[in-house]
Design a protein around this ligand. Sequence first.
Ligand code: CP
Length: 324
Amino acid sequence: MQTKLRGRDMITTQEWTKDEIDTVMSVAMDLKRKRALGEPHAYLRDQVLAMLFFFSSTRTRASFEAGMAQLGGHAQFIDSTTTQISHGDTAKEIGEILGRYNDGLAIRQCDWGVGNRYIRDVAAASRVPILNMQCDVYHPFQILADLMTIIEKKGDPRGLTINVSYAYASSYQKPMSVPQSLILLMTRYGMNVRLTRPPEFKLMPGIVQQAHDNARQSGGSLVVLDDFDAGFENADVVYPKSWGCMLTTEDMEESAEISKQYTDWICDERRMSLAKKDAIYMHCLPADRNIEVTDGVIDGPNSVVYDEAENRLHVQKAVMALTM
Ligand code: CP
């Protein structure tokens, strides 16, 4: 267990050692137990987290805000559109100023080619920890919750097969931060990771390379497939979700047109039957129901999506309690 995490940013899990992430898992399990038992755990009394959102959210906002209250502190919600950012407040000013008012600064900025750079620019100017609530490249808290859920449902992840797959959605061209963060973290835990996607829906080559390196070090594996059904075969964990093909085109309308070739990439009961009988179905949510996944699967016996969403609360509290 690592006990010297005060002041650390969480921008990507890749910048934390495995031992440090193990510590997050351990503290998150403890905080989950404490909440279930009604044991107070006000480790951040009088502390304030600023949550700056450039993009909408259900789970992230609600779980960070609830988490700070349960830790004895407060979270202030800041919608970027009601700030002076569009009138000139720079990333440096946000880091300097909000960093002086608060004890932690959490940011969601998912714009392609912008979000991660913005968060890192704020971090460079901030005296308090920066927490990435999702950018164009990473979604670290989602993936920590996913790891916790896999451990709870399946035990030791080593040797398990996870299918991180594209699925079609019509609502919008979603960031690639979830599949990228999944392949990065699950390869560090010795899992056999399948990245299944149509040819146009490649992930960032540097991220895929890091995932290969992680797998080599952990004894896991990473294979890239383009056959939707093959990705499900005999998998222990299936995680089919949509993302935009930003490496093929940065025009979101064109990306939506390309994605229409893949409307049959829906996770349905037949696909689930290709996985192991006790395979778990995961999704970060929101999902496009009956487009990305059928009601029968997402509401079915293999789905763990609500436990997965709950674990956002526990891992975020763990990271905040350790870093702030
Ligand atoms: N999974 C996730 O980040 O949910 P929100 O977009 O609702 O925060």
